[in-house]
Design a protein around this ligand. Structure first.
Ligand SMILES: Nc1ncnc2c1ncn2[C@@H]1O[C@H](COP(=O)(O)OP(=O)(O)OP(=O)(O)O)[C@@H](O)[C@H]1O
Ligand SMILES: [Mg+2]
Length: 439
């Protein structure tokens, strides 16, 4: 089959930790040692220098070992974690990707597994722009990531729900990394991108001669994920036949290859994601209810960006920094007006849309980013940000908004929302949205 239609990524190897400091227009990354202590502060002698008046000369110590701890060194403006200021000279554990404050700086320790290597190219139309370490700043997101890490420790299947581009995959990767299966593979399977005729053999494998073209036996992606996590992305798009087979795999912990007589045992944890209301789909008979309940051992909901506004500015700054670095240019200043425009925008395409908007602005702006650089339409003057919409309006509103924003271009609107064109067109029919002429 066409490699570009599925994503299978494997993660292995030891952990490398990177400290990310976000401050005003700056984002800096520092490699952390495998163990030991690093002082963070404004002073010359600090191992990680943060030159800002809100930061004391020796502000906090980062203790690196099995886990990472932060210890405030009696700083003037304090170090705070989970909204509370830490007492001086007491080390407190911080989770991977959990943001804490050092004076005015937001600091995150990001963990990377070295030796991470994609086993096939990313999907066409996938996230190809600059990627940054996950930023988790808003309290709602911090709680979600905390919960996800606790859930990760168990064996229960997890269903991640949320709008397109909100960060479901980011959360799934976090769950895998925090699980006891972290050393095993994380295999992402995009259920919407694989054609209906191939999905069963892709998921479950096939025996030699099972169908025309099956010249050799092949393990399915579920088997490839053995010892690790199978990430079923867009699980709501699975055909009824594939749903039935998947249910059996989950119940029996055995997988039957297409054309095989005997099932083979397989040890995988399933994490599924969807931007559909799968519970409703199950109730309406559009998705197997028994499978829904199997997959939804725990449901984690990634809130849309408009409901976690505290994330907008740090994400925008981080995306701007990454884009500037990638384009080899100086980081343009993000003006206060631009920040206000970002905060007022409803973000129907969520974090993905924010990333696209900021990347484009960095590419197009002079030495500063003004609102017109963010929301420009075909090189003209700034389009006013659409008014914020009620959070309950749901998917239909997002689709209409995306179409508006892309001047009726369905391909671009689907890209903006991060859903396959096929799914997008299906939704238009489902929601009775008149189909614009252009694709
Ligand atoms: N907390 C975050 N920090 C940094 N980047 C993020 C964060 N959340 C999302 N992103 C970025 O936004 C983009 C979309 O995220 P992701 O792919 O996880 O969304 P999704 O919910 O899986 O979308 P879809 O429904 O289209 O599959 C990616 O480039 C991702 O790296
Ligand atoms: Mg996704």
């Amino acid at each position: 089959m066409d490699d570009s239609t599925l994503v299978a990524r494997t993660q292995r190897g030891p952990v490398k930790r990177v400290l990310v400091v976000v401050l005003d227009t700056n984002i800096a990354t520092h490699d952390l040692p495998a163990s030991g202590e690093v002082i963070l502060g404004r002073g010359e002698g600090a191992g990680i220098r943060v030159d800002h008046r809100s930061v004391s000369r020796a502000h906090a110590a980062i203790e690196v070992g099995e886990v990472v701890r932060v210890r405030d060194l009696g700083s003037a403006n304090g170090t705070s974690l989970r909204g509370a200021r830490l007492p001086a000279n007491r080390a407190v554990e911080i989770g991977a990707n959990e943001a804490f404050q050092v004076g005015d700086a937001t600091v995150v320790v990001h963990e990377r597994r070295t030796g991470t290597r994609p086993t096939s190219p990313p999907p066409a139309g996938g996230d190809v722009g600059v990627a940054i370490a996950p930023l988790v700043v808003d309290p709602a997101m911090r709680n979600l990531f905390d919960l996800a890490r606790r859930v990760a420790a168990g064996t229960i299947n997890v269903l991640v729900v949320g709008e397109s581009g909100a960060g479901k995959e980011v959360l799934v990767r976090e769950i895998h990394a925090a699980s006891r299966r972290a050393a095993g593979p994380l295999v992402a399977i995009n259920c919407a991108a694989i054609s209906e005729t191939l999905i069963e053999s892709e998921l479950f494998g096939h025996e030699r001669g099972a169908f025309t073209g099956a010249g050799t036996a092949k393990a399915g992606l579920v088997e490839v994920a053995a010892g690790g996590t199978a990430f079923l992305d867009e699980v709501g798009e699975l055909s009824p036949a594939a749903q039935a087979k998947l249910l059996r795999v989950i119940e029996d912990r055995r997988v039957l290859r297409v054309g095989a007589v005997e099932a083979r045992p397989v040890d995988v944890r399933f994490v599924a994601a969807t931007n559909r209301n799968l519970e409703e789909a199950a109730a309406a008979g559009e998705f197997r209810e028994d499978l829904y309940f199997r997959l939804a051992g725990v449901v984690l909901e990634v809130p849309p960006l408009r409901e976690r506004r505290a994330d907008i500015e740090p994400l925008a700054r981080a995306f701007a920094a990454a884009a500037a670095a990638q384009q080899g240019r100086e980081l343009p200043e993000l003006t206060a007006e631009a920040v206000a425009a970002l905060l007022a925008h409803p973000w129907p395409g969520n974090v993905r849309e924010l990333r696209n908007v900021v990347e484009r602005a960095v590419l197009l702006c002079g030495d500063r980013i003004a609102p017109a650089d963010l929301f420009r339409t075909r090189g003209a003057t700034a389009a006013p940000a659409p008014p914020a919409r009620a959070a309950t309006d749901g998917e239909r509103t997002r689709i209409v908004a995306a179409l508006e924003q892309c001047a009726g271009n369905q391909t671009r609107a689907a890209e903006l929302l991060g859903i396959p064109l096929r799914t997008f067109v299906k939704r238009l029919a489902q929601y009775d949205i008149p189909r614009p002429k252009r694709r």
